[in-house]
Design a protein around this ligand. Structure first.
Ligand code: NDP
Ligand code: 2IT
Length: 448
């Protein structure tokens, strides 16, 4: 065991050395590697095949210039990325993020997480991620379209339904997927539906894909609560963010009997003790593309705290759905001292390592993103299935499938944690399930 701990530490140090300055990537790798010590002890052949070292090195990374013209006629230059991390289980699959903070380290952490998340879903999809440091805030539809067209003009060479299938993430929703798909179709002269997911339902998109990540995280938390003999009924919940994942987490939590009292954006948060009004949230964010502060104009009994920390709002269930490292050790301690019983991550890596430690030591139910938010990519895989069979399923049928998938992900993570002597440790469970599912085909394929 100690020898394996040392081996894993050496691998981690080498990852840090080879990928300087990519802090988020280092953080994601460290968390996974720490969980794998018991698996490597039990299955030494993974170390012999150097599976971990291979998994930490992306199969391919593409970085490209994205030139475009803004509405004033000025030429703008952004940087585009696609990291094709691992294709042991299927074509690379993972979203595109458009946000000014995007750099290689963010894309690599997201791509690395995606490998294990996608494996945990049990669907035939590899892991990848992409995006750009383009900031969509305040840009017109015309500017967004021109940016997407330029981005796809390079990216299309690297995609294909059997090669790499992107979808949305922060700053990329159905509007952007539409512009990206249109440009792919034009450049390739192929109506290759399954080259992108998150499409509109009128042109090959799966019903429920829009809702899937938010619904999925609510289903996963519901499973964690049930495993402890509890439910959402009557629980006060806080959901950070107010984007795609947050909105549909609120919708499903309300349907399951919980009450979401706060949500946020990068400027501040809204606290509405009567319960966040979903229709207002959808109209403000999806239709009018406004800020969360405007919510209080419509609901004067709610308060807006500019620059405030949403995790100070007392709750039973916390659902971070904004971005990485949004919930640190202090915030975690505050949640625990306020009596929080469960945390389910809609975002990718929203809790810092210190925050995770606080939750685990307090013994609360903590569902890491690579299990809890896997409903989005699972439904993307369901979209690929429908495209392949030229079929279109109903909302009810697709949602039922999503619910089953989330239940199964919970079961696999929960049972694996027990099997390894760490009951209730969903971090360990998800990492081990994901890793072994990727490692097996990697061994079978030989040295590639
Ligand atoms: P959206 O762009 O729709 O919404 C993002 C939300 O998070 C906005 O409210 C945004 O506020 C807030 N946010 C973004 N960056 C920051 C930041 N640096 N600090 C504070 N708040 C921030 O994205 P999604 O809802 O799609 O994604 C949210 C999270 O869920 C991400 O971590 C993403 O990786 C993850 N995820 C998404 C999936 C999907 O299917 N879309 C699937 C699985 C995970 P503002 O408007 O002020 O920027
Ligand atoms: O982080 C994620 O899982 C996503 N952004 C969705 C990926 C996908 O391919 O649907």
């Amino acid at each position: 065991m100690t020898q394996v701990v040392e081996q894993v530490e050496c691998i981690y140090q080498e990852v840090v050395r080879r990928n300087p300055g990519e802090h988020e990537f280092h953080q994601a790798v460290k968390e996974v590697l720490e969980s794998l010590v018991p698996v490597l002890t039990r299955h030494p052949h993974y170390a012999e095949h150097r599976i971990i070292e291979r998994i930490c090195e992306p199969e391919r990374q593409v970085i490209f210039r994205v030139p475009w013209q803004d509405d004033t006629g000025r030429v703008q230059i952004n940087r585009g990325f696609r990291v094709q991390f691992n294709s042991a289980l299927g074509p690379y699959k993972g979203g595109l993020r458009f946000h000014p903070s995007v750099y290689l380290g963010i894309v690599k952490f997201l791509g690395f997480e995606q490998i294990f998340k996608n494996a945990v879903t049990g669907m035939p999809i590899g892991g990848g991620k992409g995006g750009s440091d383009f900031d969509p805030k305040g840009r017109s539809d015309g500017e967004i379209m021109r940016f997407c067209q330029s981005f796809m003009t390079e990216l299309h060479r690297h995609l294909g339904e059997y090669t790499d299938v992107p979808a949305g993430d922060i700053g990329v929703g159905a509007r952007e997927i539409g512009f990206l798909f249109g440009q792919y179709k034009r450049l390739t002269n192929r109506y290759e539906s399954a080259v992108l997911t998150g499409k509109g339902p009128s042109w090959g998109g799966a019903l429920v894909r829009r809702e899937a990540t938010g619904y999925g995280v609510a289903f996963f938390i519901d499973e964690m609560l049930r495993a402890r003999g509890q439910s959402f009924e009557g629980k006060t919940c806080v959901v950070s963010g107010s984007g795609n994942v947050a909105v549909y987490a609120v919708e499903k939590i309300h349907e399951l009997g919980g009450k979401v009292v706060a949500c946020s954006d990068s400027d501040g948060f809204v606290h509405h003790p009567a319960g966040i009004e979903l229709e207002t949230l959808k109209r403000l964010k999806e239709v009018e593309r406004r800020r969360i502060r405007d919510y209080v104009e419509i609901h004067p009994d709610a308060v807006y705290r500019h620059g405030g920390r949403i995790w100070d709002v007392p709750c039973d269930v916390a659902v971070p759905c904004a971005t990485q490292n949004e919930l640190d050790g202090d915030a975690a301690r505050r949640l625990v001292s306020n009596g929080c019983l469960a945390v389910g991550e809609g975002a990718n890596m929203p809790t810092t390592p210190e925050g995770i430690k606080v939750f685990q030591e307090a013994g609360i139910a903590y569902g890491p993103g690579k299990a809890a938010n896997a409903g989005g990519v699972s439904t993307s895989a369901l979209e690929m299935q429908q495209n392949a069979s030229r079929d279109a399923w109903t909302f009810e049928y697709t949602e039922r499938k999503l619910r089953e998938i989330m239940k199964e992900i919970h079961r696999a993570c929960h049972e694996t944690a027990e099997e390894y002597g760490r009951p209730g440790d969903y971090v360990l469970g998800a990492n081990i399930v994901g890793f072994t599912r990727v490692a097996e085909p990697m061994v079978a394929f030989g040295l590639i």
